[in-house]
Write a protein that binds this ligand. Structure first.
Ligand code: SAH
Length: 399
């Protein structure tokens, strides 16, 4: 989970389960009804036109959905009775169902949200004194197979719909008592949960438009961040489509190691990725890119790796590095770097003038930290079977 901080502080190992599936009035999808959470503002206006209504009505309803977190048309008092009946007939406001929610000792909150047929995804809320960050998932599982990520090990099932993505914000906002423009509990959203957001481009784009829209959650461009493993052509496409912040998962500054850790590097090697980042910065001069670098013991945490990273960052002088101590998960072959190695790595970068932050580990007692989100994935890639085999072999070795 996402928390840029300078100090490393591991949360106490004690989680507690709070409520089981409290009622959120989420409407069960009925086959022929339209879920209004699937539309951005323009889509909603078009839909209202299609059903013979004035487009401004769409904006009235949108405000009810995202500012008042209302999912029952009958409670939308400034919408006429006839239209309320028509809407109830034709559509619904259906956020994902909460199967489980947990709070970590440090206040980090994780929801397990039910999708279809045995699938579930995870959404994490990280409260801090001056902000509250929601970490949102974009896919059920992930197809990229990054070696150090537990979502990758789960395999891939499918993309989330726009409703399932923005619905995560809606559920968390409702749970936390968020009020847009008044009592903001969610000040930032990061697309850093399960999945590769750029691989689900259209739905993620619509959901991010709703996060940014004044009639949606009304978040500024700096407060909505998309994190990608580096799908180069889609980085360019994103910069044309919307103003949001960009984070890039780097994890190694040489191609050989990066390809080993992240197979996507074979398709889009570092030079191409950097060129895309330079184009992004050129088009959005006021923004910077954050490079995420997960520190794994003896793998990418040595002084030579820091030197390679420094050299690379010289090509993007306005960008910064976010170091993430590796978060372990069952069956992984990697370990977290020692505190001293993390400290030295950061110092080396800082001394070279690279703006470098250390992401504090949050919520790890409830497996809510970066790379620990696994949900329940009906795996279509059979990758989870391989992981189980690895886990069993590990258990045998331990005997
Ligand atoms: N697919 C996107 C979104 C995932 S974001 C991306 O790759 O950017 C989650 C962040 O946590 C990424 O930077 C990811 O590389 C990192 N991460 C994954 N597994 C991790 C682990 N076990 N420990 C620490 N960070 C991890």
């Amino acid at each position: 989970a996402f928390v840029p901080e300078r100090e490393d502080q591991t949360a106490a190992i004690r989680g507690r389960t709070l409520h089981k599936s409290h009622s959120l009035n989420s409407v069960v999808a009925s086959s022929n009804k339209v879920n209004l959470l699937d539309f951005d503002r323009q889509g909603l206006r078009d839909f209202f036109t299609q059903i013979g209504e004035k487009p401004y009505r769409a904006e009235q309803v949108m405000k009810w959905i995202y500012h008042d977190l209302e999912d029952n048309f009958e409670n939308m008092t400034d919408v006429g009775k006839a239209l309320r009946a028509k809407l109830t007939e034709a559509c619904y406001i259906g956020a994902p169902k909460t199967l489980l929610d947990k709070v970590a000792t440090d206040g980090t909150h994780k929801w397990l949200l039910g999708m279809d047929s045995g699938n579930a995804i995870e959404t994490v809320y990280i409260p801090e004194p001056t902000r509250g960050t929601l970490c949102v998932s974009s896919q059920i599982g992930c197809a990229l197979n990054c070696q150090f990520c537990s979502t990758g090990a789960q395999g891939f099932n499918r993309n989330l719909s726009t409703a399932e993505i923005i619905g995560q914000v809606w559920v968390a906002a409702k749970y936390l008592g968020n009020v847009t423009h008044q009592n903001r509990r969610i000040t930032n959203v990061v697309m850093m949960g399960m999945g590769e957001p750029l691989a689900n481009f259209d739905n993620v784009l619509k959901a991010m438009k709703l996060m940014r829209d004044d009639l949606g959650f009304g978040l500024a461009s700096k407060r909505v961040t998309l994190s990608t493993a580096g799908l180069v052509p889609l980085i360019d496409q994103l910069s044309d489509a919307i103003d949001v912040s960009l984070a890039v998962s780097l994890h190694a500054a040489n191609d050989e190691l990066r390809t080993e850790l992240m197979p996507i590097n074979k398709r889009y090697p570092i030079a191409e990725l950097l060129a895309a980042c330079q184009r992004w910065v050129a088009r959005k001069p006021r923004t910077s890119i954050t490079f995420e670098y997960t520190l794994m013991k003896g793998v990418n945490d040595q002084p030579e790796h820091a030197r390679q990273l420094i050299k690379l960052m010289r090509k993007l002088p306005t960008c910064k590095v976010n170091l993430i101590p590796f978060n372990p998960f069952p069956g992984t072959q990697f370990a977290r770097s020692d505190a001293a190695a993390i400290h030295d790595f950061q110092s080396q970068l800082l001394n070279a003038g690279v703006l470098t932050m250390l992401r504090r580990t949050r919520g790890d007692d409830i497996d809510a930290a970066c790379g620990q989100l696994a949900g329940q994935v009906a795996d279509r890639t059979r990758r989870s079977a391989e992981l189980r085999k690895r886990q069993n072999q590990g258990a045998l070795h331990a005997l």
